[in-house]
Design a protein around this ligand. Structure first.
Ligand code: PGA
Length: 268
């Protein structure tokens, strides 16, 4: 079975203007190695800057391999959905990945589970890489509900997704209390949550899906803690918020996500 390729995504959230988004995309694209070193990198700018960022990435060296991602979309092909953006409109701009179920959309915007499931299926059916975000609140963690919350969110989001669609899924475990707070799950706690998510995929699908699905960690990842988190056996990279707004930080995090064989080589 082929090893899982590490994935590092930069979620810019509702930050940057046109000028600073182009500047940041250029710095990231120029800084990424041409061969991407076996790590798949992605950036998720605000939708309004996708076009400018897409053009900028194409002009850079390593940026040509950087996946352009969307933070949001609506799971219908076209029509009367004022204010929304379809997957084909995103594809037209060169978008290859999308976030679904991010905690800010679940808890701040109030996106319901049913919409998250529709978005997950639509993204996977369209061939987009779908970064499905799950994770518990502090209250849920303190009442030992982490695994139950992850399981419920994953079962609900993947309700209509058959195993044949799962090549395109990346699960991001992002404890809500760790997002944007400077508090990170310890590598051991994150590893334990990831291991249980992988076991869940084995129960929902089969061992091959469990083994091949990338599960990444998000929540206050920075260059200082990335290598230790990414060296855990079930952590296949990260989803980076605040630290992705600094090109040097983001590039350092990308290079901390070296492919697993190299990590094993380095430790043996
Ligand atoms: P953070 O955000 O790195 O700023 O904690 C992570 C995320 O929201 O994906």
């Amino acid at each position: 079975m082929s090893p899982r390729q590490p994935f590092v995504g930069g979620n810019w959230k509702m930050n940057t203007d046109r000028r600073s988004s182009v500047h940041l995309a250029r710095a990231v694209g120029d800084g990424l190695p041409d061969d991407a070193s076996g790590v798949q990198c992605a950036i998720f700018p605000p939708s309004i800057h996708l076009n400018a960022v897409s053009e900028t990435l194409r002009e850079t060296g390593g940026g040509a391999d950087c996946v352009l991602g969307a933070q949001n979309f609506y799971p219908e092909p076209e029509g009367a959905f004022t204010g929304e953006i379809s997957i084909s409109q995103l594809r037209d701009l060169g978008v290859g990945a999308a976030l679904v179920g991010h905690s800010e959309r679940r808890h701040v915007i109030g996106e319901p589970e049913e919409l998250i499931a529709r978005k997950t299926t639509a993204a996977l059916e369209s061939g987009l890489l779908c970064v499905l975000c799950v994770g518990e609140t502090l209250e849920q963690r303190e009442s030992s509900k982490t695994d139950a919350v992850n399981e419920a969110q994953i079962r609900s989001a993947l309700e209509h997704a058959s195993a044949s669609l799962l090549d395109g899924i990346i699960i991001a475990y992002e404890p809500v209390w760790a997002i944007g707070t400077g508090r990170t799950a310890s590598p051991a706690d994150a590893q334990s949550a990831h291991e249980r998510i992988r076991a869940l995929l084995g129960r929902m699908y089969d061992a091959s899906v469990a083994e091949s699905t990338r599960i990444i960690y998000g929540g206050s990842v920075k260059s200082a803690n990335a290598a230790e988190l990414f060296s855990q056996p079930d952590i296949d990279g990260g989803l980076i918020g605040g630290a992705s707004l600094d090109a040097d930080e983001f590039l350092a995090i990308c290079s901390a996500a070296r492919p697993r064989q190299e990590l094993q080589g380095a430790s043996s």
